[in-house]
Design a protein around this ligand. Sequence first.
Ligand SMILES: [Zn+2]
Length: 214
Amino acid sequence: MSTRSEECSNIISVLACVLQQLCLRNDRIQTTNRNISKFHALRPPQISIKDYLARIARYAQCSKECFVLALVYIDRIIQTNHSFIVNSLNIHRLIITSVMLAAKFFDDQYFNNDYYGKVGGVPCHEMNSLEVEFLFMNNFTLFVTSETYDQYFTELCSHVQSSACGCTCKGDAAAAAAAPGLAAGYDPAAAVGVPIQAGQAMTDGVAQATGYQS
Ligand SMILES: [Zn+2]
């Protein structure tokens, strides 16, 4: 899988575009009380899906495969929970939870929930709660066959070739390739202890941007 993922260096930009389009479509659908879940924020978070994914890629340092798996997991939720509508209010929490679970399931090294919560602007207790909720909505199935993985990966890659969306995925390729955060060979213990750079404090700006409600 890792060899093939090299072919698609801008997986985050493409995934952001795909999820953004999904949210734009679904935002037109009126949300009823029945649709409200733990993943919903009161207001759409200020941080864009793309910036949020880039932030996760940078600080969670998971493999690129995790972003493909995250899409598989979110799609499974859509398929099996028909009243659940993925939109701008819930996509951020779905993303951080799905990437966290993918990293735990797929990667050799991963962080604890508290750390992913800091990366995603979600308090630890809420991260724990989202994890359980996400697992229930996925019927506790995190395994993905290589066929399914390839299918989603191919679809993401073909998105770049498609001009239908008019997105900036192609233009982002160079920037995504140059962005840090996906490099192999890191020390999780050291990384956890390293404070986030000034201006990108994990606990204030993003918590606010993600519309966290306590
Ligand atoms: Zn696109």
